[in-house]
Ligand binder design. Structure first.
Ligand code: AMP
Ligand code: MN
Length: 355
């Protein structure tokens, strides 16, 4: 489960132009508007990340008009992401508070909402009993293959020691390419031995999966992925080959790019003898398979970017798939593929978050 609330330090405080009741705090790499005078630099605080949903209790009453949801917002021309409240406990910086504070993810339903979905007294009652006994149905899915990494990316603002990461990332290379982050859904395809595997973000899917996962199969067919992977695997004389990418298009997220049909864009590839084969080989694999990669946008010189705000600036751009819409952000990946993180465009969040 994602850690949504954790103990952090107030790293910096600065005034906001034309505002005398609020100021701008830096917590990790995040910029958050706080009440003026409530904190000093170095104070411990509770930091609630965007996408948190707070319980409806007295302490959070001021969040009622926002439906107790923490989102990206803009005030006095300044972007604020997260909520910072005082902390008096004795936990260490970085320790998780999500569960004990009863905070859930925006998209998770509260127990009340879950029960509400069941119409009629009997249905509600049956659901509660089943839930208590742990009998609520779970879909059948195979675990994600152990030899492939899942596609999750850390948000740059959450990296506790960016300097340390940069030191490792730049041992051999200073210039690091970045690609556009596409807002669709993650898919992994692989061939090991003679087995062709199709995976969603966290699971391998079986052929009898229900209709809701069918776009993974649709893409496999549309791009002939099984055949292409098997051919390349043979050519490379390896035991395993995999590709990972984003499925975008109608019916996926909000089809931000206004595509006419579903498409697949590669962002990672690897072979059994080189599991993290890095971005040069991503582009060559993409060419070898005849499947486009995510858009390559440019490169950054990492030591210049210890200040997260510079990376945020780069992330504020329009999509190269459709110049009329904002890009979701960028993904930065070291050449050897060992380090990567995402920088989400705050303007994209401002436009695309639900109520
Ligand atoms: P998020 O969508 O915020 O959970 O961020 C992680 C996801 O971004 C990964 O699981 C990928 O599916 C997706 N993604 C989209 N574009 C890219 C890209 N250019 N490089 C890497 N991952 C990407
Ligand atoms: Mn996504």
């Amino acid at each position: 489960m994602r850690s949504l609330v954790h103990v952090e330090l107030i790293k910096n405080l600065e005034p906001i132009k034309d505002a005398d009741r609020i100021e701008l705090a830096t917590v990790l790499g995040w910029q958050v508007i706080v009440k003026k005078g409530e904190f000093k630099i170095g104070d411990k605080c509770r930091f609630y990340e965007i996408d948190s949903k707070l319980p409806e209790i007295e302490e959070y009453e001021f969040m009622r008009k926002s439906k107790f949801k923490i989102k990206t917002m803009k005030m006095k021309g300044v972007i604020s992401q997260g909520l910072v409240l005082p902390y008096n406990g004795n936990k260490e910086v970085g320790e998780d508070l999500t569960k004990e504070l009863g905070v859930i993810h925006i998209e998770q339903e509260t127990p009340k909402e879950e029960i509400k979905k069941h119409k009629g007294f009997f249905a509600k009652w049956l659901f509660i009993i089943k839930k208590k006994l742990g009998l609520t149905p779970k879909p059948v899915r195979i675990p994600f293959p152990r030899f492939i990494k899942i596609t999750d990316q850390t948000r740059v603002q959450n990296i506790r020691d960016l300097k340390e990461m940069y030191k490792n990332m730049t041992k051999t290379y200073f210039i690091v390419p970045y690609t556009e982050k596409l807002d669709g859904c993650s898919a992994t395809y692989y061939v090991k031995g003679n087995h062709f595997g199709i995976c969603s973000r966290n699971f391998e899917l079986t052929r009898n999966a229900d209709g809701s996962t069918s776009h993974y199969f649709h893409i496999a067919e549309k791009y002939n992925i099984e055949e292409k992977l098997k051919a390349l695997k043979k050519k490379k004389e390896v035991d395993m080959i995999y590709v990972q990418g984003e499925i975008i298009g109608p019916g996926i997220q909000k089809n931000n790019y206004k595509l006419q049909s579903k498409e697949f864009r590669l962002f990672n590839a690897g072979y059994s003898d080189d599991l993290d084969c890095g971005c040069t080989s991503l582009f060559s694999t993409s060419e070898a398979l005849g499947i486009k990669s995510v858009p390559l946008l440019g490169s950054v010189e990492l030591p210049d970017f210890e200040d997260v705000s510079n990376l945020i600036k780069i992330s504020k751009r329009n999509s190269s798939l459709n110049k009329n819409v904002k890009a979701e952000g960028i993904v930065i990946r070291s050449i050897d593929n060992k380090y990567s993180f995402k920088v989400i465009n705050p303007d994209y969040l401002l436009e695309n978050q639900n109520d």
